[in-house]
Design a binder for this molecule. Structure first.
Ligand SMILES: Nc1ncnc2c1ncn2[C@@H]1O[C@H](COP(=O)(O)OP(=O)(O)O)[C@@H](O)[C@H]1O
Ligand SMILES: [Mg+2]
Length: 361
């Protein structure tokens, strides 16, 4: 028995007693502590690009996976590194997703707020079409398994636009009385329920989450993502969104998002520590086994780009091709990189790092 008529979606904010229960406030506290710790640890990493690159690609992969767009870490790195055209069409979507996160980060950093048009641009880049906000009725959310209609978002374009205006006002409100992590949960629900686009709402909404954390200075760089948690708790994700639609049941939804923030913060802290240890170990290893080619830049480069090639090294380190080639061959010889021929190009893989990035789910 599907709900056919649209639910009347209210403007933000929800009633205070629904969103600031004791349980929520308590959980918001512990989630805040975890994310503050993550912010601090990220600041101690000298090479921020290294960190961002690693985490953003993983999120692009995971967030797409929630929408059944499946890729492997290896094929993504290959696509980013080699000139070869990818055989898996999903790869393009994930590569686009990664680009959209970077674009959003740039907009937020330069502008200090987000416009509805920026959201439209992010979604356009992601989906690779310019349909924009829905203007033809018919979009409904269905249960994957049963095909039953679980939610009908607003169908009327002007209603969607009004809801987005209200959404963006709250999104940019840095003076809100509501704690930003609680707000994040509310905003994510609201965006998904407005469901402004024909497609890409889930992914765009999850990009808005990270940008919101940066906007509120909770993080400096885009390194916290809830998708790995959502993948593990996917039916809850849908069920709880739906219970807000149907029963105005905010508490469990907000607790879910706060738990996701806390767990993924801890997981990312762990991952950063592991990357750091591996970086230190690799530096020592190169210093010992290949002192003649050692430079900090060289080692950091194979952490910024775990799949690399001569061109990258030439560009990033500013040495000649001959030297770049010698460095890569040497790193291959001492077992730090593993070479692989893709098409006509020789690609060098920082295998230990790639394994580490894969393992952290
Ligand atoms: N009952 C619901 N109410 C509101 N949003 C929902 C509900 N069920 C799922 N969603 C959201 O819709 C998203 C899927 O929308 P879609 O436009 O297909 O996004 P994408 O193309 O990124 O897959 C899910 O990831 C989820 O965030
Ligand atoms: Mg979709």
């Amino acid at each position: 028995m599907g709900q056919k008529t649209p639910y009347k979606l209210s403007n933000l904010p929800p009633p205070q007693e629904k969103i600031e229960t004791i349980k929520i406030l308590r959980k918001a506290n512990s989630a805040s502590l975890a994310i503050a710790e993550l912010k601090g640890i990220a600041q101690t990493i000298p090479n921020q690009t290294m960190l961002i690159n690693a985490v953003v690609l993983k999120e692009a992969k995971d967030s797409s996976e929630i929408e059944n767009i499946i890729t492997s870490t290896d094929e993504l790195y290959e696509a980013l590194t080699s000139k070869k055209t990818f055989s898996n069409p999903n790869v393009k979507e994930v590569v686009n997703y990664r680009r959209s996160i970077f674009l959003g980060f740039k907009i937020i950093s330069e502008q200090g707020f987000l416009k509805v048009n920026d959201i439209i641009q992010l979604q356009q880049d992601l989906i690779d079409n310019n349909a924009g906000i829905r203007s033809t009725p018919g979009t409904v959310l269905k249960n994957d398994q049963t095909g039953e209609i679980v939610y009908t978002p607003p169908q009327d374009k002007s209603e969607i636009e009004n809801l987005l205006t209200n959404f963006i006002k709250h999104y940019n409100d840095l003076e809100s009385e509501i704690s930003p992590l609680i707000n994040l949960a509310i905003l994510h629900y609201q965006f998904e329920s407005i469901h402004p686009f024909y497609d890409g709402n889930g992914r765009t909404g999850r990009i808005l989450n990270i940008l919101y954390l940066i906007l509120n200075n909770i993080l400096d760089i885009p390194i916290l993502y809830l998708s790995s948690y959502i993948i593990k708790n996917k039916s809850e994700y849908y069920k709880l969104l739906n219970n807000v639609n149907k029963k105005d049941e905010w508490e469990n939804w907000i607790l879910y998002v706060l738990e996701a923030i806390e767990q993924t913060s801890r997981q990312t802290i762990n991952q950063i520590q592991q990357i750091r240890e591996l970086l230190d170990k690799t530096i020592l290893n190169v210093k010992e086994k290949a002192p003649k080619i050692y430079s900090k830049e060289l080692v950091e480069n194979i952490f910024e780009q775990p799949y690399t090639k001569i061109d990258h090294i030439v560009q990033k380190i500013g040495v000649e091709r001959k030297a770049a080639s010698r460095y890569l061959r040497k790193l291959n010889e001492i077992g730090i990189l593993k070479s692989k021929k893709i098409g006509k190009e020789m690609i060098y893989i920082n295998i230990e790092l790639v394994e580490l990035l894969k393992a952290n789910h």
